[in-house]
Write a protein that binds this ligand. Structure first.
Ligand SMILES: Cc1ncc(COP(=O)(O)O)c(C=O)c1O
Length: 478
């Protein structure tokens, strides 16, 4: 589990570069403590997991507090601001729609909803041609779940209702999305679980569930093990029992992509056994992986894909895009939502998608991602004692922090690295993933290459200081 960021004011060094400024001499900023304390007073404890920068405004690839501090952002919020924070095109579209005078439209027809659903259906590959708009990523997984089960039992009988997802997966915090998740601790609260929702081991090559030391072109071996796990361990006959298979395009916690060959076989397996393949693209969509849709990375197309976060780079909006025969399973007024296609969120999404396409963010992300990847690989080599693996593609990476001499996750070290980076003007979110020990890197896709390189330098300074401190050599009170 993630550690709380303590409300303890520490002295920090001033920083001023083109991309960062730490003007205050303490962090958290002394003047912000009252506000931070009030948040802890009025919000549940669960909300205290992020580093203690008090966000005031954010622009492009920078986040600012109101005390003169300016961070180079490597969080994109939480992989939301793909087209940059407060992107002027998106801001203008939001203002224009608000001034136009329609702030809400429920399921009544509106031109904004028509424009966005048409746009999404047109840019998505076949057979993803019907679009249902929602608000959060969790909801999209709820809907995907509902569609898979309905499709399975309506079409093939009452036994075809099993849903398979993966260990370590995250699909949201509502009931079905949490049940689909692969972290047992996060779903303890559900107590009486649905026995027809099961997880199979995710093909994470750093901690291979099948005992390999590393990726060795073992996609076939991996897939065979997966298929036999379904049969032998989960006692599921694919054809008669499994309705849907849900997989994140990459596992968010560690930016971990499955081997391409594995995913290609998974696609074939689903087709052969009449299973709906659902790709959770809530993090991966809209150019983040160096492709417009994350699934293009694997060269496959799912039956249903779900999106959120980077779909607007700003306001809450999410989407389920799927095969028309599946999307049309429900009668009028039986699959709806109050805020479906909110016109202002639709305006933001349309401006965001246009910006991504016009400004060639896919190609830009692929190019700057290559540079960042190469630099992070060098960083990993220089600190291989504590960085066990580097996962990711495009502009999403994670350093998997380990205890020297093995592969055990080192959550404390990851926490220190994120904290020290923040004090130096590099914004990342709380360590995530296996044992909360991965340092996740997800800059807005518009970040210039020299700013990415500056970020790597700052990250390395933080790593060195965190290591020195762990060895008792650090000067904790600068
Ligand atoms: C892959 C994935 N799916 C679903 C969700 C849930 O989205 P939301 O927080 O908008 O409900 C997240 C959120 O982090 C996610 O990363």
């Amino acid at each position: 589990m993630a550690k709380e960021f303590e409300l303890k004011v520490e002295k920090i060094k001033k920083v001023k570069t083109k991309y960062r400024e730490m003007k205050t001499t303490t962090f958290p900023v002394q003047a912000s403590v009252k506000i931070l304390k009030n948040l802890r007073k009025y919000e549940p404890r669960s909300m205290s997991g992020q580093p203690l920068a008090l966000w005031d405004h954010a622009k492009g690839f920078n986040v600012y507090d109101k005390y003169g501090n300016k961070w180079l952002d490597w969080s994109s919020g939480v992989l939301v601001a793909n087209a940059g924070h407060s992107n002027p095109a998106i801001v203008n579209a939001i203002i224009k729609q608000a001034k136009h005078g329609l702030l809400h439209n429920y399921c009544f027809p509106s031109e904004m909803r028509e424009k966005l659903t048409e746009k999404l259906a047109k840019i998505a590959p076949k057979p993803l041609k019907k679009v249902f708009l929602l608000t959060t990523g969790s909801e999209t997984n709820e809907v995907a779940f509902k569609l898979c089960r309905t499709w399975g039992h309506k079409k093939y009988g009452p036994k075809k209702i099993a849903m398979v997802s993966f260990t370590g997966a995250f699909h949201g915090r509502t009931l079905a999305s949490q049940l689909l998740g692969g972290s047992p601790a996060l779903k303890e609260w559900i107590v009486n679980k649905d026995k027809d929702i099961c997880q199979a081991p995710f093909p994470n090559c750093f901690r291979c569930p099948w005992g390999k030391k590393d990726y060795e072109g073992c996609d076939d071996f991996c897939f065979k093990n997966f298929a036999s796990y379904l049969k032998k361990n989960l006692k599921l006959d694919a054809k008669s029992r499994i309705a849907g298979l849900v997989v994140e395009t990459y596992q968010g916690g560690g930016s971990t992509f499955a081997p391409k060959g594995f995913m290609k076989q998974l696609r074939k397996f689903c087709t052969k056994n009449n299973i709906l393949l659902v790709l959770d693209e809530v993090q991966a969509g809209f150019a983040r992986c160096g492709t417009l849709f994350g699934f293009e990375y694997y060269g496959i197309v799912p039956d249903i894909a779900v999106f959120g976060k980077g779909i607007t780079s700003s306001l809450p909006l999410s989407a389920v895009i799927g095969r028309p025969d599946v999307m049309d399973l429900y009668e009028p007024n039986t699959m709806t939502s109050t805020h479906t296609g909110n016109p202002i969120s639709c305006a933001a999404a349309l401006a965001n998608i246009d910006f991504i396409i016009k400004n060639e963010l896919v190609a830009k992300c692929a190019k700057s991602g290559k540079l960042l990847h190469a630099e992070l690989l060098k960083l990993k080599a220089r600190h291989s004692d504590i960085i066990g693996a580097l996962h990711g593609a495009g502009l999403v990476y994670a350093l998997h922090i380990i205890k020297p001499g093995g592969k055990d996750p080192d959550a404390d070290m990851a926490h220190e690295i994120v904290k020290k980076s923040l004090q130096k003007g590099l914004m990342m979110f709380s360590p995530v993933g296996f044992g909360s020990a991965s340092v996740k890197i997800a800059p807005p896709l518009i970040t210039p290459e020299d700013a990415l390189l500056e970020g790597v330098k700052v990250l390395e300074e933080a790593i060195i200081e965190a290591k020195e401190e762990a060895m008792g050599k650090g000067d904790s009170d600068i």
